[in-house]
Ligand binder design. Sequence first.
Ligand SMILES: NC(=O)c1ccc[n+]([C@@H]2O[C@H](COP(=O)([O-])OP(=O)(O)OC[C@H]3O[C@@H](n4cnc5c(N)ncnc54)[C@H](OP(=O)(O)O)[C@@H]3O)[C@@H](O)[C@H]2O)c1
Length: 332
Amino acid sequence: MYISSLTNRDNLDKRWYNTLVNHGTGGNSASCHNRAEDKAIMKTLLVTGSNGQLGRAVNREFAGSTEYEIYNTDVAEGEGIHALDITNVDQVISLAKELKPYAIINCAAYTAVDEQETKGDLAYKINALGPRNLAIAATEADSKLVHISTDYVFRGDGNRPYTEFDTTGPVSMYGRTKLAGENFVRDFAKRYFTIRTAWLYGDGKNFVKTMLRLSENHDEVSVVKDQLGTPTSTKELAKAIHYLIPTDNYGLFHGTCEGDTNWADFTEEIFRLAGKNTKVNHVTTEEYKKMNPQSTDRPAYSILDNYMLRLTGDFRFADWKDAIRDYINELQ
Ligand SMILES: NC(=O)c1ccc[n+]([C@@H]2O[C@H](COP(=O)([O-])OP(=O)(O)OC[C@H]3O[C@@H](n4cnc5c(N)ncnc54)[C@H](OP(=O)(O)O)[C@@H]3O)[C@@H](O)[C@H]2O)c1
C-alpha cells in the first residue's frame, strides 16, 4: 500500500553509499583530476540529524548537486552517517573547525511532543543546548547556520496567521525548549536562517503514516477538529532551505505550506487520496484528552504566515493539498 520507511531508508543508504564510493575511489587519472577539481569548488553542508525526516529530504534535495556536497551526521552512526551528538559542545566545535562547512543544517531535534513533558532535561539539552552549540561552532568556523523551529512556540489563541513579528508563548515543553533554541541561535550565530515549520511529514515516523496504519485495521478513527495549522512536507521545506542557503537573507522565517486545515479534515484528505474508507470522527481537544489523558497541550491555532519569505524574495511553498497529494502518490 505504501512504501515502508525501511525500504526508503535502504534506498537512501545505497545512494549515500554510492556517493561516498564514487567520491572515495580511484578510476583513470583524468576523471580523478576532474573530481578533484569538482571537490575543490564544492561547498560542504554539514547536516545534523540526517537520519530523521527532514535530514533525508535534505539529502534528496541536494542529491546530484555540483555545487554542494553533504556531510551527514546523527546521534547514531550509520552507513554514510558519522556520529555527532549535538549536545556535546566540544565534539560539535571540533568537527565544524575541521570541516569548515559552507553551512550547517540542523535537522536534529527531540520531536516526541507528549513524551518530553516528563523529560525536560533531555528536551532542553537537545532542543536548546544543541542549537546553541551549533551556533557557537558556526560562528567559530565562519559557517552559515540553518536551524529549524516550530509553530508550537506560539500560545495558539490568535485569530489570524502568526507572522515572525508576533509574540510567542509556548504551552508545552517542546515549544518552550524549541523557543530557547531559537534564542540561542539568535544570540550566538553570526549568519543564520531559523525556519519555523509545522505538522511535518516525510520519510520517517509522522501523523500521515500513523493514520494510514490505523486505517488498515480500524473502521473509524477519532481526530481533533479544533486545532488549526498547516501540514508541511519535508520535500517543500528542503526546497526552501536550498533557496535560502546561498543568500545573505538572514534571520527568522516562517516556512510552511500554503493554506490551512485542522487534523480531522487533514485525515479525511489523507484517506481520500489513499482510497481508504475509514470514517473520521471529528472530536474536540477536550473529548480527545478524555480518551488520551497522556496527551499534552498543543496550540489551538498555529497557522503561520510566511511573511518574511514574501517580504524578502520570490520563494513560495506549495499549497498543503498539492503537497500531500504528491506525498501519497510517492508512497503508493
Ligand atoms: N515533526 C514535526 O511535525 C515537526 C513540526 C514542526 C517543526 N519540526 C522541526 O523540524 C525539524 C526536523 O524534524 P523531523 O520531523 O525531521 O525530526 P525527526 O524525524 O525526529 O529527526 C530528528 C533526528 O535528530 C536525531 N537526534 C536526536 N537527538 C540528537 C542529538 N543529540 N544529536 C544529533 N542528532 C539527534 C534523531 O535521532 P533518533 O531518532 O535516534 O533520536 C533523528 O534522526 C526539527 O527541528 C523539529 O523540531 C518538526
